[in-house]
Design a protein around this ligand. Structure first.
Ligand code: FES
Length: 161
């Protein structure tokens, strides 16, 4: 079994919970990768190796799947991340407009590396959507104005440095 990347980290507990929920079934790879992406903000190489060992899948296949789907990132996130939940419940409440606004607003920022815009599978609070995740903070019932406020705050802080 691949060594756990970092012990005592609550993110790894969430990953282990997802692995045990799927009882180590290789068919659960995509779901487990979603969990890893959500809890780490990207999928570190050591986590990929850990998942491969836990699901008994070759590392090359896990890497191939993780690098194929644009929802997964194998590199650390930008300074800030805006994640729009595009799960069904959020989608029917206007998440597509939020994602569009986030891309537009971040395109106007001082540099694309300031903010990364992502779409997520489901962030687990379906009744409070559309959900916007601003770095690790969650904004419920988000709208276009909320997106613009968050991006403006990022820009303001980048000028403080
Ligand atoms: S669909 Fe958005 S939180 Fe579940």
């Amino acid at each position: 079994m691949e060594k756990k990347p970092t012990n005592g980290d609550s993110r790894h507990k969430l990953l282990d919970r997802a692995l045990s929920r799927h009882q180590g079934r290789p068919e659960a790879l995509i779901e487990v990768l979603h969990t890893a992406q959500d809890v780490f903000g990207y999928i570190p190489r050591d986590v990929l190796a850990y998942i491969a060992a836990a699901l008994d899948i070759p590392k090359s296949r896990v890497f191939g799947v993780a690098s194929y789907y644009p929802l997964f990132s194998l590199t650390p996130p930008a300074s800030h991340t805006l994640t729009v939940c595009m799960g069904t419940a959020c989608y029917v409440n206007g998440a597509a407009a939020l994602l569009e606004e986030a891309k537009r607003a971040c395109g106007c920022a001082d540099g694309d590396e300031i903010t990364e815009v992502r779409a997520a599978h489901c962030l687990g609070s379906c009744g409070r959507g559309p959900l916007l995740k601003v770095d690790q903070r969650t904004v419920v019932d988000a709208d276009r104005d909320a997106v613009r406020r968050e991006v403006a705050a990022f820009e303001e802080h980048s000028h403080d440095d």
